[in-house]
Write a protein that binds this ligand. Structure first.
Ligand code: HEM
Length: 402
């Protein structure tokens, strides 16, 4: 990954976490920690209760709006759900200052995504002098560090006694304590990794959920089919649990189709060319920043029939998947830097979506027609709907009273 001059102000050399770990043995080490410890199937499963509680909270808020026949701002609700589930998995439910943590990290994500004068003119001292970004980066780093220090201290004091209750920060602190690593992990590395997991995990899941609900509203045939499946599979159950998600094959195809048309990180994360090479007749020098336009590739009529249409059935035969082997469809990237949190993210998305489809029917406010729903995109760290998604829920399967 390229690290710009501005980014370096907030991630000094040697303090990288996961997303900016330098290529080579250190990257291999942290990626192994990701697959064996942080995002293993067992670990993702261990946060099941957290997800179920947070999904329950989301559904209760939606049910309250349904009772009052009010529209619910699903963009806000789904963002809160994704942020809360991530923060609880990463930092742990005991963390006192969750809201401040969220605010600081959001500010960091905005700063990282922005283009600054010193990055456009890297050798210019004037650019460095007139730009406000260096000061903002420095302030962000100081604030983040002070805050993370407090979070780490709190964790060291209340060390998780039970392995299954470990949050991801606990896991990293344990690995550090055990001292078995070829390249020891510093507290700064751990703090950066926590930031990466939050930045990588929460907005992406929320964005996927928001686009899914918007596409389902726009495509009533698909909405009906997905709801029929969920309601058939869960018939008689008071609420959705992760045990009940096994047979929801069509819902999974819906999520796949959403990730094709709306990959939350449309340009993936920047890569850096490691050797001089030639691509399609163009010379690409070593060190060039490479952005992969996954959004365009996964809508390219050369690879997809009816490329602009929302047709989940196209994935029915399972020929194309997002696991990094099919280059025409890479919402999680591919190769050695592919998203390590894929199953974690999908678990968040599937549970919330199943609940929204099981308990409620959905309408547009003021009796508007599906074709009136504005699907314009807004470019940001992730690409979201330009306007907040406001929908009116109608209860079909009431939530249990407790
Ligand atoms: C729907 C959910 C998600 C999507 C669409 C997504 C997408 C991506 C993409 C496109 C990349 C860049 C891959 C590349 O350069 O080839 C990435 C990297 C990454 N993601 Fe995810 N992600 C999701 C969920 C998560 C979750 C839940 C976590 C952690 C809690 C996470 C953590 C990371 C990290 C740490 C990286 C950097 C990996 C590296 O540089 O080696 N992601 N993700």
């Amino acid at each position: 990954r390229p690290i710009s001059r501005m980014l370096r102000l907030s991630i000094p050399d040697g303090t990288e976490g996961i997303a900016f770990a330098p290529y080579g043995d250190k990257l291999r080490q942290i990626r192994k920690i990701c697959s064996v410890e942080l995002f293993s199937a067992r670990r993702v499963q261990s946060f099941r209760t957290v997800r179920e509680e947070e999904a329950g909270r989301l559904l209760l808020a939606v049910a309250a709006a349904a009772t009052a026949s009010d529209p619910v701002n699903l963009s806000n609700r789904l963002s809160a759900y994704a942020a809360d589930s991530s923060v609880r998995a990463i930092i742990g439910s005991r963390f006192k200052d969750r809201d401040t943590f969220l605010m600081i990290l959001q500010r960091g994500i905005k700063l990282f995504a922005g283009m600054s004068l010193p990055d456009l003119y890297p050798s210019s001292r004037l650019a460095m002098l007139v730009s406000r970004v260096p000061g903002q980066m420095k302030r962000y780093r100081e604030e983040r560090d002070a805050f993370m220090d407090a979070a780490v201290r709190e964790h060291q004091e209340n060390r998780a006694a039970d392995d299954d209750k470990e949050g991801l920060l606990d896991v990293l602190l344990r690995i550090q304590r055990e001292g078995q690593l070829q390249f020891p992990m510093s507290i700064d590395n751990i703090k950066s990794a926590v930031g990466d997991m939050f930045a990588g995990g929460s907005d992406t899941s929320a964005t996927t959920l928001i686009w899914t609900m918007a596409e389902l509203l726009k495509n009533p045939r698909v909405m009906r089919k997905a709801q029929d499946e969920v309601r058939r599979a869960l018939a008689g159950q008071p609420n959705v649990t992760e045990d009940s998600l096994g047979g929801l094959n069509y819902m999974r195809l819906v999520i796949k189709e959403v990730l094709r048309l709306h990959p939350p990180a449309p340009l993936l994360l920047p890569r850096e060319c490691m050797n001089d090479c030639r691509v399609l007749g163009f010379d690409v020098p070593k060190g060039t920043m490479v952005l992969v336009n996954a959004w365009a590739v996964s809508r390219d009529p050369a690879h997809w029939d009816a490329a602009e249409e929302f047709i989940p059935e196209r994935f029915e035969r399972g020929e194309v998947d997002f696991k990094g082997a099919d280059m025409e469809y890479t919402p999680f990237g591919a190769g050695r830097r592919m998203c390590p949190g894929m199953s974690f993210g999908l678990a968040n998305v599937e549970l919330a979506l199943a609940g929204l489809l099981y308990h409620f029917d959905w309408e547009l406010p003021g009796g508007a027609q599906a074709k009136e729903l504005d699907m314009t995109e807004k470019m940001g760290v992730t690409v979201r709907l330009r306007r907040d998604l406001l929908l009116v829920p109608v209860v079909r399967v009431p939530l249990p009273l407790d």
